[in-house]
Structures are given as structure tokens and as C-alpha cells.
Design a protein around this ligand. Structure first.
Ligand SMILES: Cc1cc2nc3c(=O)[nH]c(=O)nc-3n(C[C@H](O)[C@H](O)[C@H](O)COP(=O)(O)OP(=O)(O)OC[C@H]3O[C@@H](n4cnc5c(N)ncnc54)[C@H](O)[C@@H]3O)c2cc1C
Length: 560
């Protein structure tokens, strides 16, 4: 090893990595190194919310998956941020904690300390919510959470239509109650994207005890006598090694953290041995348990101009001026404007089963009938706007049964992972998606919305029966960009990390990112990852949990 040594080496400067960088380096006695494979987040397309549509591919890993047999062999490119801030720098900015029952479920499955009452203090610590006054919401945290600056009239009509269909209005789905129809909350501050790179890393970067290396590609963790003691990485074409005197913290995301573990000899012994990798710790579940939210998109032509048609040269100037003066208007917008969280009519309790995301704008989609395997419509880098006024409603099955897996192709770190996952491989998941599509149609037919609808654009009236909808979904469903679960946390010996996020059977090594979710939460995944990193930092530092009194009663109320 060379002379470079830090107390903590954080692998990955993404959503979780930036939170960890800040919290671990707050004590100036700790020397912290963050190794991020991507570049700095200087591009304005990252920070101006509408820039999402113009983001360059270089900020996205675009992990190519194996053909998905449940969707006629479609080949997807799974998005993941490759830049400081990771997913939080390229995502749709929706801020959704999930249902309190999700975390109680984690605790019940053996993840002691992860029930809602025990994670709520970390959500509170993370947040500054722009509407203070609710004890469930944070007001002093680094991560700003805001509402859209300007509401499209059809967003209000969608909210009204959902209420006509019997769903209650929920002023704050991140408070005590998760279900109902609501206006979207975003990781934005003052009309700008508020990634964890901006919220957490930027204020910490001046600390002399924190070093952030970008374009530093980690290949493997160095394990000696059962303890992680350093990291091998490549930077500017040179292979380097750095020593971690206290811990290595893996925060490379759900698709890369298991890859790095396996390249380091931590994974399923037979798989690793077959590739000639010396086994350091046999972990059957590394790379397994991959979960994603099955999604579909429906669309209606409407009689009110929507954001996708307000894009000509004069509109661009108008929106640019509005944004420059007020940080508002379409340039400050995000894809999701209203959210609806619902329990399935066939279920009566527990966390919500479906999320619906309403957008007063519409994208083009590839030739569905042709069975085109191109996923361009759902590729963050290749979104093409539809040319007529139309709205989109996205359906999401929040708790799918389907599971995928990540394995290695070889022991070469430069090789692509093998990513296997079927979006609707389980009949129950497909049936659920059909149910969600039917529910969407009922909302769009409610009087408040129906008066604006010209016709159903996608899938259209030709798709009438449930069987026809199933066939449509075999071409048109996709993933939610919410990969989790590949280094499962659990109380059992087979789990990859224990409830303190320590990798079992290896000392000095934790995983703190989306990989550790035992199961998906009821919503988008960025906010729970921020919470995990906040709590993870305390676990690394051996700190006592913050607050308890309010949290305990909050958890009791929400789950009672
Ligand atoms: C296109 C897209 C849209 C999304 N929309 C939303 C949304 O609207 N709301 C929401 O809540 N969630 C959304 N998500 C999901 C959310 O952003 C992720 O769950 C979250 O960012 C995961 O955080 P993480 O820290 O686990 O991983 P990441 O944020 O992906 O961070 C991992 C970091 O590790 C780096 N890395 C990987 N491999 C290496 C290596 N070998 N060496 C060094 N560094 C490495 C990566 O470059 C990355 O910066 C979206 C995700 C995507 C991709």
C-alpha cells in the first residue's frame, strides 16, 4: 500500500455517499475520503430542474440488463447517477419517505432499530421542509424539500377527480398519514434541484479533513485477515490503493455495491470460485433480492395546453425569463406534479399498494405494437415530448413479488455486470398493474377530469379487457429506477448486512445505500436512502440515536 491513509473511505459519492461525507467529517479528528467514479456536478442541466430532459449520458451508468422474458425480451438500460450526488443529481426529484408501515415491516423482519419510530428522527434530522409547523417534518436539516412553484390547472383537476373517486386529499404524504391524493414534494431549494451533493457535500467540502476524489473508479476492497483495510481504485489511468484505518463504507448504489463486494471475494462462494476469484467470505445473498417497482404509463389528450406543447422558441424565452426572475415556471418543474397513494381495493390494511403519478405533460413512446425493445420513452437521456396537449398518469406497484439478481461475468472490474430481472415475471405483479390501470381510467373518467379529456391516447380504447391490458403491459411496462435490496439487511445469518449495516463475516466494512433495503418502500427511494445514510453515519460513529420521546409516539400512532 502507499502512504495514503484515512479513517473512513466512502466508496461512491451518490445520494448516500454525500450524506456520509458530511456526517463522518463533521468531527475534524476524522480523515474522510470519498471516491466517486463520476465527475463533479457542475453542469447547469443538473441544477435547473427542467435540465433533466437534456442530461448527457455521461452522468448515467446505463447498466444494460439481460433480455426481460416477461416483456418479449426487452433490453433495458438501468439508469443510475454517475456524478457527485449520484441518483439525487439525475432523478425526478420526488421526495417520498414511504409508508410508516414499511419501516415497521423492516423491523418485524429482523431489522432491529429500523421501525418507523426509530427512523423518523433521521428523516427529521435530514429535512428542511418549506411548510413548518408539523412535528413529523424537519425544519433544520441540510436537505430542502419544496412544493412545485406554480401549479398547472390540470393538476388541480386530477386531484379533484381522485377525490371524486373517493380518495381523500392528503396535504402532506410525508407526515403521519401516507395515503390519499396530494401535491408532489420535491428535493428542491429555491427552484433549483437540491441533490445531496448540494445539500450535504458542498457545505462540507471546505473541511480540511475531507477529501473528495472524482473520476476515481473503485475496483475492490482490500481485505486482510478478515478485515477491510483499504480500497483499490483507478484514477487518471493509474491504479492506486488507499488505507482505511477505521472502516470502508460502501455506498456505490444497489447495482454497483454488490459488484464491488463480489470482486473483493465477498459473495456466493460457488459463483466467485467459478470465476477464479478467491473467496474471502461466502455470502449467498450478495447480488440477490434485487427489487424494482413495476411501472406503466397511460396518457390522455386534453383540451388544455400542457407543458409538452409549450416549448417553441418564444416559450423557451418566456420560461427562461420567468425562471431567471422568479425561479419558477416550467423550468423549475419536475415530471411528477400530483401523487396518489392507495391501498388495493382487495386489501384492507398495511402500507399502500399503488402509487399514481400525474404529469401535465406527455412523452412519445416507442412503437408498442412493433414490440420494439428500445426503452427510449423511459430513458432519462432520451425523453421525446409528445406534440399535442396531453397528460400522463404513471402507475406503480409498490410491493412487487418479483426479484432479480446481479452476478459477475468475470473477475475483471471493467466487465459489465450480468443484470437479470423481470418487471412483470410474477402473475400477481402483472395483475396488480392491470388493477392500477383500471383505477386510473376511473379517475380520468370522474367528472372534473372527464370534461377536459378528448380521448385516451395510451393505451387507447382498443385495449378494453383485462387480458388486452395484460398484453399491452407486456410491451409497455417498465421499471421505476428504484433498484434496491442487493445487499439485504436482516437479523438472520444469510442477510448480507446486520441491522448496524456491517457486512457479516468481514470486519471494518459496511454497506450504506439502497442495496440494504430488505424490501421496497411505498414510494420513490431517494428519501429513504438519505435516512439510511443519516442513521448509518451514527452507526459508524457509534453515536446514540437522536430523540426518542416524540418518535416513539409518532410510530405508535402511525402503526396503531
Ligand atoms: C433516472 C432516475 C430517476 C429517479 N427518480 C427518483 C425520484 O424522483 N425520487 C426518488 O425518491 N428517487 C428517484 N430515483 C431513485 C433514487 O435517486 C435512488 O434510489 C438513490 O439515488 C440511490 O442512492 P444510492 O446512494 O444508493 O446510490 P447512488 O445515488 O446511485 O450513488 C452511488 C454512487 O456511487 C458511484 N459509483 C458506482 N460505482 C462506483 C465505483 N466502482 N467506484 C466509485 N464510485 C462508484 C456512482 O457513480 C454514484 O455516484 C431515481 C433514480 C434514477 C436513476
Amino acid at each position: 500500500m502507499n502512504d495514503e491513509a484515512f479513517d473512513y473511505v466512502v466508496v461512491g459519492g451518490g445520494t448516500a455517499g454525500c450524506v456520509l461525507a458530511n456526517r463522518l467529517s463533521a468531527d475534524r479528528a476524522h480523515r474522510v475520503l470519498v471516491l466517486e467514479a463520476g465527475p463533479n456536478d457542475t453542469s447547469p442541466y443538473i441544477h435547473v430542474p427542467a435540465g433533466l430532459m437534456r442530461l448527457q449520458k455521461k452522468y448515467n451508468w446505463r447498466y444494460e440488463a439481460e433480455p426481460d422474458a416477461s416483456r418479449h425480451g426487452a433490453v433495458d438500460h438501468w439508469a443510475a447517477g454517475k456524478v457527485l450526488g449520484g441518483g439525487s443529481s439525475i432523478n425526478g426529484m420526488l421526495w417520498v419517505r414511504g409508508d410508516p408501515g414499511d419501516f415497521d415491516g423492516w423491523a418485524a423482519s429482523g431489522c432491529e432499530g429500523w421501525d418507523y419510530a426509530r427512523v423518523l428522527p433521521y428523516f427529521l434530522r435530514a429535512e428542511t421542509y418549506e411548510r413548518p409547523g408539523d412535528p413529523y417534518r424537519g425544519t433544520g436539516g441540510p436537505q430542502h424539500v419544496s412544493h412545485l412553484r406554480g401549479i398547472h390547472p390540470l393538476t388541480e383537476e386530477f386531484v379533484g377527480a381522485a377525490m371524486e373517486e373517493g380518495y381523500p386529499y392528503n396535504p402532506d404524504y410525508n407526515s403521519a398519514r401516507h395515503d390519499g391524493v396530494a401535491h408532489a414534494q420535491l428535493s428542491q431549494r429555491g427552484g433549483l434541484r437540491h441533490s445531496t451533493a448540494t445539500a450535504y457535500l458542498l457545505p462540507a467540502r471546505r473541511r480540511s479533513n475531507l477529501r473528495v476524489a472524482t473520476r476515481a473508479h473503485v475496483e475492490r476492497i482490500v481485505v486482510e485477515h478478515g478485515r477491510a483495510v483499504g480500497v483499490d481504485y483507478v484514477m487518471r489511468g493509474r491504479r492506486r490503493r488507499v488505507r482505511a484505518e477505521r472502516e470502508v463504507v460502501l455506498a456505490a448504489g444497489a447495482l454497483a455495491s454488490p459488484k464491488i463486494l463480489m470482486l473483493s471475494g465477498i459473495g456466493p462462494a460457488d459463483h466467485l470460485a467459478g470465476l477464479g476469484i478467491s473467496v474471502v467470505a461466502d455470502h449467498a445473498e450478495v447480488g440477490r433480492n434485487l427489487q424494482e417497482h413495476p411501472h406503466s404509463m397511460m396518457s390522455w389528450h386534453v383540451d388544455v395546453p400542457t407543458l409538452n406543447v409549450d416549448v417553441g422558441p418564444s416559450a423557451v424565452v418566456r420560461h427562461g425569463v420567468e425562471y431567471a426572475l422568479h425561479r419558477s415556471g416550467p423550468a423549475a418543474s419536475a415530471p411528477g406534479h400530483a401523487l396518489l397513494f392507495v391501498r388495493s381495493p382487495t386489501m384492507s390494511s398495511g402500507p399502500c399498494d399503488y402509487q399514481f403519478t400525474f404529469s401535465p405533460l406527455a412523452f412519445k413512446i416507442p412503437d408498442l405494437a412493433g414490440g420494439d425493445s428500445d426503452d427510449a420513452a423511459h430513458d432519462v437521456n432520451e425523453v421525446v415530448l409528445h406534440d399535442r396537449p396531453a397528460v400522463n398518469v404513471i402507475q406503480c406497484v409498490l410491493h412487487p413479488e418479483g426479484r432479480g439478481a446481479i452476478t459477475l461475468r468475470s473477475g475483471d472490474p471493467a466487465d459489465r455486470i450480468r443484470l437479470e430481472h423481470e418487471v412483470i415475471g410474477r402473475q400477481r405483479d402483472l395483475d396488480r398493474l392491470v388493477e392500477a390501470c383500471n383505477m386510473t381510467r376511473r379517475i380520468m373518467a370522474a367528472p372534473t377530469m372527464a370534461r377536459h379529456v378528448i380521448d385516451e391516447r395510451i393505451p387507447g380504447p382498443i385495449v378494453e379487457s383485462d387480458d388486452a391490458m395484460r398484453e399491452f403491459l407486456r410491451f409497455a411496462s417498465w421499471r421505476g429506477e428504484h433498484a434496491v435490496g442487493t445487499c439485504r439487511m436482516g437479523g438472520d445469518d444469510r442477510s448480507v448486512v446486520d441491522p448496524s449495516l456491517r457486512v457479516r463475516r468481514v470486519d471494518g466494512l459496511r454497506v450504506i445505500d439502497a442495496s440494504i433495503f430488505p424490501t421496497l418502500t411505498s414510494g420513490n427511494t431517494n428519501a429513504p436512502v438519505v435516512m439510511i445514510a443519516e442513521k448509518g453515519a451514527d452507526l459508524v460513529l457509534g453515536r446514540a440515536e437522536p430523540i426518542a420521546a416524540f418518535a416513539r409516539s409518532a410510530g405508535d400512532e402511525s402503526t396503531g
